[in-house]
Design a protein around this ligand. Structure first.
Ligand SMILES: C[S@@+](CC[C@H](N)C(=O)[O-])C[C@H]1O[C@@H](n2cnc3c(N)ncnc32)[C@H](O)[C@@H]1O
Length: 265
C-alpha cells in the first residue's frame, strides 16, 4: 500500500514540520491527532535505513528500559502456553520473541512489519525459533484472517500509522472474542514542566544519537512523529471507538510511555 492517507475524520493537524526523508525528499512530518501524515513509503525507507542500528540506538535512547516495557506489554496480553499472538509493526522482533516466550514452543507468534530491512534483522536474530514467523505486511491491512489470534500487540509502531483508529480496528479484527489488544507507545508526561523537559530532551537526543550512528536524517523523523500525538486518554477513547471493551492504560517511565490494553468483544 503506497497511499498517504489524510488523517481520518478530518482532524486538525497539529504542528506541521517540514523535514527531509531518508531519500532526500522534503516531506511534511506532521502527525495529526488521528494519524501520521508522512507517506508510508517514506516511513518504510526511513526504517529500512536505520534497521542495522535500531536496537542499539533504542537501548541508548531508553537507557535500557525498553526491555522492561516490552515485558509489561507481554504480561498485559495475558497469553497462555500454546496460545497465539500477532505482533504488529514488529520491527527487529524484540517484542515478538518475548511473546513467543509466553506461548512456548507449542504456541504460534507472527511478527508483521512494512520494512523488509527491519524484518531481516528480526530473522537474523530470531528466525530459527520454533513457532515464530516474520512477514512483510501493513498494520492497516493485516495479512491474516479474522479472529485468528489470542492477542495482538503493537510497540512503538502506532504513531507511524496514517490512521491510529484504523490500526486498532485491524488489531481488533484479527483477535478472537475475549482476546486482548495491547499498545505500548511513547506518550507525553502530564505535568507541564515534565512534558517540556521530556520533549526537549527527546528532540535534542534523537538527532544526536542519530549522528553517532550516522543516521541523522532518519532520526530527525522520530521526535516529529510525536507532534500532536494524542494523549493517553485520547488513545483509550480511540480504542473504545473501534469496539474494544474494558480499555485501560497505565503510564510508565514517569509518563514518557503509555501501555494501553483493551479486550475484544
Ligand atoms: C519504532 S519501530 C518499533 C519496532 C518494534 N515494535 C519495537 O518495539 O522495537 C516502528 C516500526 O513500525 C513499522 N511500521 C511503520 N508503519 C507501519 C505500517 N503501516 N505497517 C506495519 N509496520 C509499520 C516500521 O517499519 C518499524 O519497524
Amino acid at each position: 500500500m503506497t497511499d498517504a492517507r489524510p488523517p481520518a475524520g478530518g482532524a486538525a493537524t497539529v504542528g506541521n514540520v517540514t523535514e527531509v526523508a531518508a531519500d532526500g525528499q522534503p516531506v511534511t512530518a506532521a502527525a495529526s491527532r488521528r494519524g501520521n501524515a508522512v507517506p508510508e513509503p517514506q516511513v518504510t525507507t526511513m526504517f529500512d535505513s536505520i534497521a542495522p542500528v535500531y536496537d542499539r540506538m533504542n537501548t541508548l535512547m531508553t537507557a535500557g528500559l525498553d526491555g522492561r516495557w516490552r515485558r509489561s506489554a507481554v504480561r498485559a496480553a495475558r497469553l497462555s502456553r500454546g496460545g497465539s499472538a500477532l505482533d504488529v509493526a514488529c520491527g527487529t522482533g524484540k517484542l515478538t520473541v518475548a511473546l513467543a516466550g509466553a506461548v512456548g514452543p507449542e504456541g504460534r507468534v507472527l511478527g508483521v512489519d512494512l520494512s523488509p530491512a527491519m524484518l531481516d534483522q528480526a530473522r537474523l536474530a530470531f528466525g530459527e525459533l520454533v513457532g515464530v514467523e516474520f512477514r512483510v505486511g501493513n498494520a492497516l491491512a493485516l495479512p491474516v484472517a479474522d479472529q485468528s489470534f489470542d492477542a495482538a500487540t503493537i510497540a512503538f509502531g502506532l504513531r507511524n500509522l496514517s490512521s491510529f483508529e484504523d490500526g486498532f480496528r485491524e488489531m481488533a479484527r484479527v483477535v478472537r472474542s475475549g482476546g486482548r489488544v495491547v499498545c505500548l507507545e511513547l506518550s507525553v508526561p502530564r505535568p507541564r514542566l515534565a512534558a517540556r523537559v521530556y520533549e526537549g530532551t527527546f528532540r535534542l537526543m534523537a538527532p544526536v544519537v542519530g549522528t553517532l550512528f550516522r543516521r541523522r536524517t532518519a532520526y530527525r523523523y522520530l521526535p516529529h512523529s510525536l507532534d500532536g500525538f494524542p494523549a493517553a486518554e485520547e488513545i483509550a477513547a480511540t480504542m473504545r471507538r473501534v469496539g474494544l471493551r474494558d480499555v485501560s492504560f497505565r503510564r510508565l517511565a514517569l509518563g514518557a510511555v503509555a501501555l494501553h490494553v483493551g479486550t475484544v468483544a
